[in-house]
Design a binder for this molecule. Structure first.
Ligand code: ATP
Length: 452
């Protein structure tokens, strides 16, 4: 369990800001909402897309030893028998017969032994109404085929990894990759979580970014260490504060795992340090099981060594939503503004991650300023997301962009129409510099480039 963090709990403020400014909305809100399912609004979709693009770039495009994949969500039901999810993807649960609430068996709030008369429900306080623990499968089930009764049961995938394992040979043979090499994909996963919550931290529908690196047995430990370091570097490159990131080795390993470590981020408050990514040495378990269940050989032939083997797998598995939440928490700050009575709220995203890169503002709606501002906006819009705003006092317009993390504010003022320069305000330092309007695109592009 996490210990209480030295960083403040900003979750409630973030949930409200996220809704007000169009980052994240509760799913089906007008119907009262769907439990632990969230929709990304105009700014949220840009923010999460930046996270996914950065991952794809680092893992696929910038390397020649990892291939991309986009496997389907629905898979053959035998996949989940082979993977162990049908038998093992379960949490023991306890029901209260009185208030109908459901708890994890290890919930520390439960007093007494569930299933006996002295056990007490932590919500309604009734005694003797708690059931014995029962296993509950976390996979969502549905039916494939026209008639429900006769159709086959299929599952919504609870992780993207299995789509990679079953395509191991397809990808290897079509790309002629040699071991060691990896396969990466980004996609939706679904888990009927028992204790979801903390906004988008644990949800029932989420996106994973997973990479399986196939290696020769015996070399797995060095690859595991390499990926642990690489992945930590990636989180830092997004702008997550290094002193809020740490490794957590797993004390208890799954039976097939040879090593596992989490990368944790300090979410602040009582949530504290929590996993955002897992790095696992999965041995030959997955390919071995799929070979056994499918009856198809999933071996690799190493020609120079004249050796045939089932590769070991080093997996890196990170949530796009959880990383997005870490970025929001990391970025949120409230501060005084020197010389002003009103403070400001800032999302201090790294410029490469910010959903909007620049705000464009005509100082006043006259004297040719709006026309010039529109030209500037149209030019910049072709290169990156910008926001045009000609309403209200300029200070207020700056503050509205600070609150959504826009790194630059470009103002077209009286001087602009005379000499063709504009002011560029830096969100963090509040410094303003004059830049020639025809140099702006290059000026901003240089400053929003990812720090890789
Ligand atoms: P947790 O115990 O925190 O639910 P896990 O150990 O089950 O996570 P993995 O199966 O290793 O998680 O999944 C890898 C990553 O996928 C996690 O580090 C997390 O970022 C993300 N993830 C897993 N489950 C969820 C979820 N329900 N909602 C959002 N992200 C999730």
């Amino acid at each position: 369990m996490a210990s209480v963090s030295a960083h403040p709990d900003v979750m409630e403020k973030l949930v409200s800001l996220a809704k007000r400014r169009g980052f994240i909305f509760q799913s089906s809100e007008i119907y009262g909402g769907t439990g632990s399912v969230w929709d990304y609004g105009p700014l949220g979709v840009e923010l999460k897309k930046n996270v996914k693009d950065r991952w794809w770039h680092a893992m696929v495009r910038a390397r020649d030893d990892i291939e991309g994949l986009d496997a389907a969500i629905l898979m053959h039901p035998r996949v989940w028998e082979a993977s162990g999810h049908v038998a093992g993807f379960t949490d023991p649960l306890i029901d209260c017969r009185n208030c109908k609430r459901r708890f994890r068996a290890d919930d520390p709030a439960i007093k007494g032994t569930p299933g006996t008369p002295d056990a007490q429900c932590p919500v309604c306080g009734s005694k003797g109404t708690l059931s014995e623990p029962r296993l509950f499968n976390l996979m969502f089930k549905t039916f494939m085929g026209p008639v429900e009764e006769s159709a086959a049961i299929v599952y919504l995938r609870p992780e993207t990894a299995q789509g990679i394992f079953v395509n191991f040979l397809n990808v290897q043979q079509s790309t002629r990759q040699k071991i060691p090499f990896g396969i990466a994909q980004i996609g939706k996963a679904f888990r009927n979580e028992i204790t979801p919550g903390n906004f988008i931290f644990r949800t029932r529908e989420f996106e994973q970014m997973e990479m399986q690196f196939f290696v020769e047995p015996g070399t797995d430990e060095e690859h595991f260490e390499y990926w642990k370091a690489q992945r930590m570097e990636w989180h830092r490159s997004l702008g997550l504060a290094p002193d809020r990131l740490r490794y957590k080795p797993h004390e208890q390993l799954a039976h097939y795992a040879r090593a596992a470590a989490d990368i944790e981020f300090d979410f602040g408050g009582s949530l504290g340090y929590q996993e955002i990514e897992g790095i696992h040495n999965r041995s030959d378990f997955d390919l071995g099981r799929h070979q056994e269940y499918s009856g198809k050989k999933l071996e690799y032939f190493d020609q120079p060594k004249n050796r045939r083997y089932i590769p070991y797998v080093i997996e890196t598995s990170v949530g796009a939503d959880r990383t997005t939440l870490a970025l929001l928490v990391n970025a949120y700050r409230e501060e005084e503004v020197p010389g002003e009575t009103e403070g400001r709220t800032v999302l201090g995203f790294a410029p490469s991650i910010a959903p909007i890169k620049a705000g464009v503002f005509p100082l006043v709606k006259k004297d040719g300023m709006p026309e010039m501002a529109e030209n500037v906006a149209n030019d910049l819009r072709r290169a990156f997301p910008i926001f045009y705003d000609d309403g209200g006092a300029i200070g207020r317009r700056y503050r509205r962009q600070d609150e959504v993390g826009t790194p630059f504010g470009i103002t077209i003022d009286g001087q602009s129409t005379q000499d063709g320069t504009v002011t560029v305000r830096d969100r963090d330092t509040l410094q303003q510099v004059r830049v020639a309007a025809d140099q702006l695109r290059g000026y901003i592009a240089e400053r929003i480039a990812p720090n890789e």
